[in-house]
Design a binder for this molecule. Structure first.
Ligand SMILES: [Zn+2]
Length: 93
């Protein structure tokens, strides 16, 4: 999971049946960009959990991936200092 993943925004296309997609072959996560900010963030988290699922061969259901994404979104939204606590300060001087 230490690969450097590229995140690309995709324009809304009515032919798409997804709003987010992760491709482990070229380390790209595609996110449909027209969504509300919260939905976009949850979609990104959803795809990140798919990355972990695929990398660790966990075989999680879509429901579990969705639950983890929504829960993680609200956890960090309600506790904005958690990321700094986990990773240390990311502010550049
Ligand atoms: Zn999914």
């Amino acid at each position: 999971m230490s690969q450097n993943w590229k995140i690309q925004d995709i324009e809304l296309d009515t032919h798409l049946d997804w709003v987010g997609l992760c491709d482990p072959t070229d380390y790209t996560i595609s996110i449909v960009s027209h969504q509300r900010e919260e939905a976009t963030s949850i979609t990104l988290l959803h795809e990140l959990f798919h990355v972990m699922e695929k990398t660790l061969h966990l075989d999680l259901s879509e429901e579990v991936v969705d639950t983890l994404a929504v829960s993680t979104y609200h956890l960090f939204k309600s506790n904005p200092d958690l990321l700094e606590r986990i990773y240390g300060s990311t502010k550049k001087n």
